[in-house]
Design a protein around this ligand. Structure first.
Ligand code: MRU
Length: 367
């Protein structure tokens, strides 16, 4: 996609051919900052500090993290160390483990002198595959938006609600939840996006709003508790969210607050879609609520708000009384029964074991 008119991905190989460039997402939307990763430790830090984030993208960064580690030392011991370090950065998104397993499978049985080249090649493929998967998700999701648009009066727009950032900033390009939105907009469909701000880290307000704005997609940022009200008043035609892990029976783990939106959608007959690439499906897990590890982050993220002042200074202010307890669960699980459909690269799949196994038999048998 584009920033200030210039085409970019969220991760790239630098002109030196080995170091890895990423956007520093903690600086958005105020500043477009870049980071150059030169070691595996840099990659691990970028993921755990959320300079880079979003399930598919952390997988891509971790893949290059393995390549950087092998560049330093291509031994088995260092490979294992890199795998463990990167895997420990964030617990919930399964794409991280998927990408690390892909890297392991690619290099483990190679002689040491071949490992670096093989690792860079596989990391590049993981990035390119993510882009083509997201394009296919976009095409498949577009059909749903087109159906809704066809029922609208000429002066009406299609209203989509999204939560967190499952846009191109969370993937290598296109995004998952945003790919159908970008394609609809590019096709001339009048589309408008309600963007949940997504406290505490505000990925909606800071990142989704930024990228939709860069692409010229009409959107409105709303406080997280607004969606139910909008749905009751017929102002939401569909919800599309991303996900960090989908279980074998179709439960969906995504940014905290997704479940409440799905409940409101069910109560108001608003279709609730989840867009995902196949590496997000975890066939080893069945019951999302019981089995998916939910990341808990620092109290600081909830107790404070950081923003940019008019004169360009970054300020963090406290909003919680000293001494009050604070909890910061990063994700929640939306049971399959609340999900209308899974928008995947292989089509719209029902959130059920049968449908997932049928559509992704090759993946199901691998796990
Ligand atoms: O904590 P984050 O910002 O990494 O969480 C991101 C999300 O929850 C996204 O919705 C999810 O990763 C899907 S990204 C295509």
């Amino acid at each position: 996609m584009k920033i200030n008119g210039k085409a970019t991905r969220s991760i790239w190989l630098e002109p030196d051919g080995w170091s890895v460039g990423i956007l520093d997402q903690t600086q958005l939307p105020h500043r477009v900052g870049f980071l150059r990763l030169t070691t595996c430790a840099d990659a691990a830090h970028a993921i755990s500090s959320m300079q880079t984030r979003g399930a598919p993208l952390i997988g891509a960064v971790a893949a290059y993290g393995v390549a950087l580690a092998l560049r330093d030392d291509a031994s088995d011991e260092n490979l294992e160390r890199a795998y463990a370090l990167l895997l420990a950065t964030r617990p919930t998104a399964i794409n991280l483990k998927w990408a690390l397993d892909e890297m392991m499978a690619a290099v483990r049985n190679r002689p040491r002198e071949e490992r670096v080249a093989v690792a860079y090649q596989r990391a590049k493929e993981i990035c390119d595959e993510d882009v083509s998967i997201n394009e296919a998700i976009g095409r498949n999701g577009l059909t749903i938006i087109e159906e809704i648009a066809a029922r609208k009066k000429p002066d009406e727009r299609v209203n989509v609600l999204t939560h967190c950032n499952a846009g191109w900033l969370a993937t290598v390009d296109w995004g998952t939840a945003t790919a159908p939105i970008y394609m609809a907009h590019d096709k001339g469909i009048a589309i408008h996006v309600w963007v949940d701000e997504t406290r505490p880290r505000n990925q909606g307000a800071s990142l989704t709003a930024f990228e939709l704005g860069q692409h010229g997609v009409p959107h409105t940022v709303i406080p997280d508790n607004t969606g139910g009200h909008l749905m009751q008043h017929g102002l939401v035609d569909m919800a599309i969210v991303g996900t960090d892990r989908v279980t074998a029976k179709g439960d969906v783990c995504n940014k905290i607050g997704t479940y409440l939106k799905a409940l409101a959608a069910k109560d108001n007959n608003v279709p609730f879609y989840v867009a995902l690439p196949s590496p997000t499906i975890d066939f080893t897990v069945d019951d999302g609520v019981a089995e998916i590890p939910i990341e808990q982050r620092s109290a600081e993220e909830v107790a404070t708000i950081t923003g940019r002042t008019k004169d360009g200074r970054t300020e963090t202010v406290t909003i919680v009384p000293e001494g009050s307890g604070v909890a910061n669960y990063g994700f929640d699980v939306t049971p399959a029964r609340l999900v209308t459909g899974l928008i995947t690269e292989r089509g719209i799949v029902a959130p059920s074991r049968d449908a997932l196994e049928r559509a992704f038999a090759d993946h199901a048998s691998r796990r």
